[in-house]
Each structure stands twice: as structure tokens, then as C-alpha cells.
Design a protein around this ligand. Sequence first.
Ligand SMILES: Nc1ccn([C@@H]2O[C@H](COP(=O)(O)OP(=O)(O)OP(=O)(O)O)[C@@H](O)[C@H]2O)c(=O)n1
Ligand SMILES: C[C@](O)(CO)[C@H](O)COP(=O)(O)O
Length: 228
Amino acid sequence: MTRNIVAIIPASGVGSRMQSQLPKQYLKIQAKTILEHTLSLFIDDARISKIIIAISENDRYYSILPLSKHPKIKTVFGGETRAHSVLNSLTHLTEQDWALVHDAARPCLKRSDLDKLLQITDPNGAILATPAVDTIKRTADGCHIVHTEDRATLWHALTPQFFPAIPLKNAIQQGLAQGLAITDEASAMEFAGFHPKLVPGRSDNIKVTRPEDLALAEFYLTQGTQND
Ligand SMILES: Nc1ccn([C@@H]2O[C@H](COP(=O)(O)OP(=O)(O)OP(=O)(O)O)[C@@H](O)[C@H]2O)c(=O)n1
Ligand SMILES: C[C@](O)(CO)[C@H](O)COP(=O)(O)O
């Protein structure tokens, strides 16, 4: 059965950690919003048939972007958490669809990493991830006494995360119903008994989260092109 790839872009957050005047996905780098940088790779990729962007019901920035008129793009309203925003997007997908979920706040994704992830056909799905390169410490609740973790098997989960749409929708619904803290799609799929694979990805696929990340994202976006 041929599959249909639909990009889902959660873009409904407020960006509180960014401490900016407007949601971080609308901050500008080189005269384009972070959201526009993120979307460009997906808009230009013929393998991706549709893009669903989850925006806030209070969003007053999206509609003035030129790409808001693009025929490949549909918007839905996001939800209370990132998982709810992704779930609201998944309700528009069907059995033939695979969901390629990518944070709006990750504008530095390279096509080479996207190509690696789109090779996956195993229904357990897969995620991009980058290995932990620092020594990793765990602290007990409330105190800063450190305990060292073995970093040999530790990775930073990135996005995109790539799964068959209906199993992912069911997994997120099941996880939310059981009070699971779902911070990425793979955690919901693991909870539902799937075994997502890890695809090693680039460490410059950063999520713009804190103020200092904006300059780093700008640096990465000026190093080569997204088609590298
Ligand atoms: N209810 C939410 C929360 C987050 N997101 C999106 O999920 C991505 C990753 O989330 P994060 O980096 O945490 O963004 P924010 O929630 O906006 O940031 P913060 O936690 O600092 O408020 C972002 O593109 C954000 O817009 C979303 O669509 N819906
Ligand atoms: C999905 C994600 O980007 C993978 O690392 C991350 O979990 C998002 O976390 P956030 O707190 O919603 O930014």
C-alpha cells in the first residue's frame, strides 16, 4: 500500500522560556520568521503531500504570513499541551497516512536528515536523535547532589518523529487518558507497546527554546543551506 506523508507542525506554544514579546515561532531570523524557516523544507518537498500546522486560537501572527495562503498547508487549533496540538492535527489523517511531526521551533533541520528518516518503513516508526556528548548527571528531587549516568546509551530526541498516523493517534489518546506525560510522539508509541527506531541526526537541529538559542539558530541557518 502506498503511503501518504503528512507533515504536522506543532506551532501553538507561547514560548515562555524564550521570554520574548511574541511567541518564539514568530521571532525573525534574516527577515523570515522561525516558522517560515521551518516550513520551507516541507513546502518544497514533493514527498510530503500536505502540511498541517497547529496554531493557537489566539494566534494573530500566522494569517499575515505569505505562506498562510499556500495550498499545501492547512491549519488546526492547537491544544493545552504539545501532545494535544499533535492529536488535534492527527484527527485529519487516515489509514494511508504517515505523520511526520516536526516542531515549529526547530528551523535548522537539514534535508539530509529528513532523507534518512523518510527511508523508514517499519510500522514501529522512528525519530531523529543526537547522542549525549556531555557527562550526564541525575539529581534527586529538590537537591543538587549529582549522580552520574552512563551516557553511552543516552540520546537527545529531536524531531521530525515519523509514525503511521492512526497508531500514533490511538497511542496519544491512550497515553493522555492514562495521565502519561507525553513530551514527544515516541514516548506515546513506546507506552502503547511499539518499538520506535532511532535515526542518528545532526546536533545543529536545535529547538529554539531559550533566549541564547536565537543567535545559535541564526548562525546555523547562515552555514550552508537547508538542502545540505
Ligand atoms: N500547547 C502546545 C505547546 C507547544 N507546542 C509547540 O511544540 C513545539 C515544542 O514545544 P516548546 O519548545 O516547549 O514550545 P513552547 O511550549 O512554546 O515553549 P515553552 O515551554 O517555553 O512555553 C513548539 O513548536 C511549540 O509551538 C504546541 O504546538 N502546542
Ligand atoms: C519533541 C521534542 O522536541 C523532542 O525533544 C521535545 O520533547 C519538545 O519538548 P518541549 O518541552 O515541548 O519543547
